[in-house]
Design a protein around this ligand. Sequence first.
Ligand SMILES: [Zn+2]
Length: 80
Amino acid sequence: MQSSNRPLNPVMPVNMEIIFLYPCPYCGREVPLISPTSPAMAQCDVCRKTFPIVPVDARTIQYLKLVTANGQASIDPDFL
Ligand SMILES: [Zn+2]
């Protein structure tokens, strides 16, 4: 069991995912999906219906992760 006396230090993120919002064609809900890089069916988490989505370019995702060092460059410098 972990000691509950010592306050935990704030935890920094170790990695990053990029979320894309796909508007549900049935109800308009913007469905969040983590970088879908191949054509697939998405399921709306509000109306539960499914719809096909246009994938994102894996190279673009790799680029964004590279230039932010997997999100490390996005950490608030006041907390470093
Ligand atoms: Zn929907």
